[in-house]
Design a protein around this ligand. Structure first.
Ligand SMILES: CSC[C@H]1O[C@H](OP(=O)(O)O)[C@H](O)[C@@H]1O
Ligand SMILES: Nc1ncnc2[nH]cnc12
Length: 291
């Protein structure tokens, strides 16, 4: 049995985690470069928690500048088994108004300026992204939201745009017509990298606005978003506290195989593998590379 370690990535408006006990800051170095910030390790209700603010302290990093590989790598090195992403987002649906927490279960990746895999020349791997969210983690989040009386939706599709500009009206209307639920700038490649690192992943997409498609709302501005962001952040912190309280202390095997994703993914013959890349993959893929 593996002990559960819960990772929390804080998005816009969530730069720390009050309620974390015995906090120590840990600057883990990564062969993938600089993570957004040192990790903050501690416990909640006895459960080990590792917190990382995605945009760095003071929100210095734009979505395109975040080193998603380093972030996931250091969380893996810290022993994280289950990772919750907290993210602000715009909504494409009337029934998902600002303040709603959407436990998304699908992603559409429209990013184009980001390193999106740990693997490549000298060690090729193809993991499945058919079911990018860990259903058990999502179920625990739903139970925590229910217990905290937070308005939430089970399931939804998160369109990840490159940004940093918000969408044009034509883009917004197109995504709405496609049936997508929400839009943000950060969950990709984060979810892909978590899968490659065999870390269970779930995202709480916290609606701050209706993007720009809604006839009754003006085009989105950061000022408008910040107003909603702060109340969402308070609810998110309560959600995490409840999640930690009720979370299983042993890591539960993932029904969609998030925690074994590399069992069926590596294709490069051992003799053709690049030792330098293998060394960088020690944390992410050590389980399968060492066996
Ligand atoms: C401040 S609004 C735009 C910004 O907020 C979201 O970030 P995060 O997912 O880290 O909460 C969105 O993706 C943009 O990066
Ligand atoms: N409308 C929107 N588009 C992209 N990212 C967002 N984050 C919050 N609101 C957003």
């Amino acid at each position: 049995m593996t002990k559960a370690v819960l990772g929390i990535i804080g998005g816009s408006g969530i730069y720390d985690l009050p309620g974390l006990e015995n906090v120590r800051e840990e600057a883990i170095t990564s062969p993938w470069g600089e993570p957004s910030a040192p990790l903050r390790r501690g416990e909640m209700a006895g459960l080990p928690i590792v917190f990382l603010p995605r945009h760095g302290h003071g929100h210095a990093l734009s979505p395109s500048d975040i080193n998603y590989r380093a972030n996931v790598d250091v969380l893996k090195r810290a022993g994280v088994t289950d990772l919750v992403a907290l993210s602000a987002c715009g909504s494409f649906k009337e029934e998902l108004p600002p303040g709603t927490f959407v436990l998304v279960d699908q992603f559409v990746d429209r990013t184009h300026k980001r390193e999106s895999s740990f693997f490549g020349k000298g060690c090729v791997a193809h993991v499945s992204m058919a079911h990018p969210v860990s259903p058990l983690l999502a179920r625990h989040l739903a139970a925590a939201a229910e217990a905290e009386d937070i308005a939430f939706a089970r399931g939804g599709t998160y369109l990840c745009m490159e940004g940093p500009q918000f969408s044009s009206l034509a883009e917004s209307l197109t995504y709405k017509a496609q049936g997508y639920s929400v839009i943000g700038m950060t969950n990709m490649p984060e979810a892909k990298l978590a899968r490659e690192a065999e870390v269970c992943y779930a995202s709480v997409a916290m609606v701050t606005d209706f993007d720009c498609w809604h006839p009754g709302h003006d085009a989105v501005t950061v000022q408008d978003i910040i107003r909603v962001l702060n109340s969402n952040a308070e609810k998110a912190k309560a959600l995490v506290a409840r999640l930690a309280r009720d979370f299983p202390r042993e890591h539960e095997p993932c029904p969609v195989g998030s925690d074994r994703a590399l069992d069926t993914a590596l294709i490069t013959a051992p003799a053709a593998r690049d030792p330098q890349l293998l060394a960088k993959l020690d944390a992410v893929a050590g389980r399968v590379l060492r066996s």
